[in-house]
Ligand binder design. Sequence first.
Ligand SMILES: [Mn+2]
Length: 319
Amino acid sequence: MKVKVLFHDRCFDGIASAVVFSRFYRECVNPRAEFAYAGLMHRAGRLFDEALFDGDENAIVDFKYSSSDRLTWWFDHHDSAFLSPEDEAHFRRDRSGKKFLDPSYKSCTKLVADITASRFGFDPTSLEELVRWADIIDGAQYPNPQAAIDLGEPAMQVMLAVEAGQDDHLPERLIRALQEKTLAEVVQEPPIVELIGLLAEWHEHAIETIRRVVRCERGVAYFDVSEHGLEGYNKFIPYYLCPEATYSVGVSLSPMRAKISVGSNPWAPRPRRHNLAKICERYGGGGHAAVAAISLPPEQIEQARAIAREIARELQQPE
Ligand SMILES: [Mn+2]
């Protein structure tokens, strides 16, 4: 009996959601289930390959809906949860009782924990710390920008390792380890402790790189790191550098995609006035009201820059 769990890759909440779902499934549905994991990433074009749904049960956590009839469980909290109106209609018709969307949740991890507890009798008590951190990290509930880029907490070290995405085996290793151990125990384990040491230096480098290129104009911190090989940096760095900005608009480039990241500063002196998911949807992207993104094929980097500048202008305060 194989359970395939598809999770939002390079995302603490995606990993933590997969941990909670797996523990739930093992404890409340089938203790003999064997798990396989695969990360999902936003990219231009088709998101799902039907071959991904190769389990006896197939679950997606913290990622867009699929209308595949092989999908048996779905949990998401994104505002942009559907690729098309047809997918949304398909979800609304679903009567399985195993597919859940609630954008009022700060993290999908807490959504999975609450629903499996209230509807399926799961006891998530031993995962409390993980759920609490997923809510802090995905909901940007840090007290200040320093706390959001500080690596003192084990959860912040795990987040750094996950978002850097430099080791393809790391997400699955973390998902399996965190079902058995605490965050503090997991960051002490041999392959992970060395990786975090290396990434801590790289994190400092990311802060310095963004510091060199960021421009803060009329409430928008704009930065283009596409020529600096920087991808998967901590998204709060711009607010640490430009505390007065209400928004950030960033351009980055990897072999897989040119990415426009649009975010809002949780500690901004002036509050957010735009729904960033709606803005990004106009360009084929999506996300949450407070943080969203657009992915283009890497060869369209010039177009990505043009879109980023256009969005920055739209978000700027009038002079
Ligand atoms: Mn999430």
